[in-house]
Design a protein around this ligand. Structure first.
Ligand SMILES: Cc1cc2nc3c(=O)[nH]c(=O)nc-3n(C[C@H](O)[C@H](O)[C@H](O)COP(=O)(O)OP(=O)(O)OC[C@H]3O[C@@H](n4cnc5c(N)ncnc54)[C@H](O)[C@@H]3O)c2cc1C
Length: 459
């Protein structure tokens, strides 16, 4: 039976006033009844564009939704697990509105089916009701693979390779597993307990973790493929090098890089090293990282939190939903404004010197260029500034490894196998694409795992 209601079943959510004061997850997920009601809105169309065009890992969306309609939640989970190793994460943070839901036929007239919320429901239901039957007896095939970086790309590659019988070791430079999932995406969008639960499943598959071990400092690619005895290497090192604006005052005590700020609020919420309390926080940037930073800044108890962005709202790269959430939580938006200096006294931030801008010609990416308006210099009062102006690849490391890369330091790979210019070394995720999405990083990790298996099975 199809539910022809045009409106989707809303996921319960804390109101904005409550959200502002807490890092706990703002959306609470579907009940079983809500999930069945929403699943029944699927039209069961023939083409399945949600899956074929919309999902980078081709989750079998119609099949898992069918199972929900019949109340077979565990079967729905097993269908999802065939193509994604992080359904509870992807159900929460994938840009569904651009991917599966953006291609849903239901969306042509009315709301698309809430596929992300259904994926989340299935993964949460499984976590709450079932124990994973991990096959502890996976027969090892005697071959060893090193994975560098414990983000979604590395975790996905490691999970698949371990299931195929490889002896997999993940080397991670920090002391946490999960990459951006652990230290970047805030708790109120992605609870760390959810990430840990997905990681535990990998640990159950006997993947070895070497934390605090950095490629380029503690060992090299030559070491890995030489005396350390690995048959293949996968690089999932992300794009974690933060860019700065290169303006005076960025070195002041209360001026932070967004990733350092998010790292502190994500990983040290219950420690004495908590982020200090500021009165007026200005976040520079207009992307999704800026949205996570401003919404986190609100939750640190600041009286006023502002986004300062040099273009207008139309050009903001952040998702509309995130902008709306930030606004509802009280963030102010200052558009067409370009910071020129972080001002300070005695090493402490006192404000942000800015110029007003107007929009000019399109740049090479088709964005209208902001042009300074002379004589519009002014100061925005702030005692803390957070720079969220983009991240890039670790070009020095890539060069040190002797791998081919583009001028931005993104590693060049074969698009099918993910193999780099060095035989036996594969790469995927943000290190190859530049900052993108969890699901695309995971997809690359899985493609590389297949290619590594094919190569090592030939040898
Ligand atoms: C604040 C923020 C919010 C985001 N929100 C979303 C979202 O809502 N939805 C979404 O889909 N995407 C989101 N993204 C993007 C997404 O998180 C990334 O695309 C994804 O994490 C990339 O995965 P990855 O495995 O390639 O890299 P990462 O997650 O960056 O992981 C790379 C790992 O490699 C490690 N590493 C790096 N260099 C070395 C080395 N030399 N030796 C050993 N280890 C090393 C790093 O410490 C890290 O753990 C967000 C990103 C940020 C920064």
């Amino acid at each position: 039976m199809i539910n022809f209601t045009r409106k989707r079943t809303q996921m319960p959510e804390q109101n904005a006033e409550l959200r502002r004061t807490s890092f706990t997850e703002s959306q609470t997920g579907y009940t079983e009844e809500m999930a069945i009601c929403e699943a029944m809105r699927c039209l069961k169309c023939r083409e399945h564009p949600c899956m074929t065009r919309g999902c980078p890992v081709h989750n079998h969306i119609p099949a898992f939704i069918d199972c929900i309609c019949e109340g077979r939640f565990e079967d729905a989970y097993n269908i999802l697990r065939k193509t994604t190793c992080l359904p509870a994460v992807c159900g929460r943070v994938c840009p569904h509105e651009e991917q599966c839901e953006g291609n849903c036929v239901r969306g042509i007239k009315g709301d698309s089916v809430s596929i992300g919320a259904l994926e989340r429901f299935v993964a949460d239901w499984h976590r709450e009701h079932c124990t994973d039957n991990v096959d502890h007896e996976i027969e090892k095939n005697g071959r060893r693979v090193a994975v560098i970086g414990a983000g979604p790309a590395g975790l996905a590659a490691a999970g698949d390779l371990a299931t195929l019988g490889y002896d997999v070791t993940i080397f991670e430079k920090t002391d946490v597993i999960g990459g951006v999932l652990a230290y970047g995406i805030p708790e109120f969008r992605l609870p760390k307990a959810i990430v840990s639960n997905e990681i535990r499943k990998l640990q159950d598959r006997k993947v070895n973790f070497e934390l605090g071990k950095t490629l380029g400092a503690d060992f090299s690619l030559d070491d890995l493929q030489g005396n350390m005895g690995f048959d293949a290497v996968f690089l999932g090192i992300g794009a974690g090098v933060a860019q700065t604006m290169d303006i005076p005052g960025e070195d002041l005590n209360d001026c932070y890089l967004a990733q350092d700020f998010l790292n502190t609020v994500n990983l040290r919420q219950n420690s004495e090293l908590q982020f200090p309390k500021y009165r007026r926080i200005a976040i520079v940037g207009g992307g999704n990282v800026a949205m996570d930073a401003c919404r986190s800044a609100v939750r640190t108890g600041a009286e006023k939190v502002m986004i300062v962005y040099r273009r207008s709202e139309t050009e903001m790269p952040a998702y509309e939903g995130e902008i709306n959430e930030a606004r509802a939580e009280g963030v102010e938006f200052v558009f067409l404004t370009r910071p020129t200096e972080v001002l300070g006294t005695d090493g402490r931030v006192t404000g942000l010197k800015c110029l007003k801008t107007k929009l000019g010609e399109d740049d090479s990416r088709g964005y209208r260029k902001p042009v300074d308006i002379p004589g519009t210099e002014h100061v925005i009062e702030a005692d803390c500034v957070i720079m969220a102006v983009g991240n890039g690849s670790d070009a020095d490391l890539v060069e040190k490894c002797g791998l081919k890369c583009d001028r931005k330091g993104r590693i060049e790979v074969d698009p099918v196998t993910c193999e780099t210019s060095r035989r036996g070394v594969y790469a995927g995720g943000d290190a190859v694409t530049g900052p993108l999405t969890v699901i695309s990083a995971m997809g690359a990790g899985r493609r590389a795992a297949v290619a590594i298996h094919n190569r090592l099975s030939e040898d």
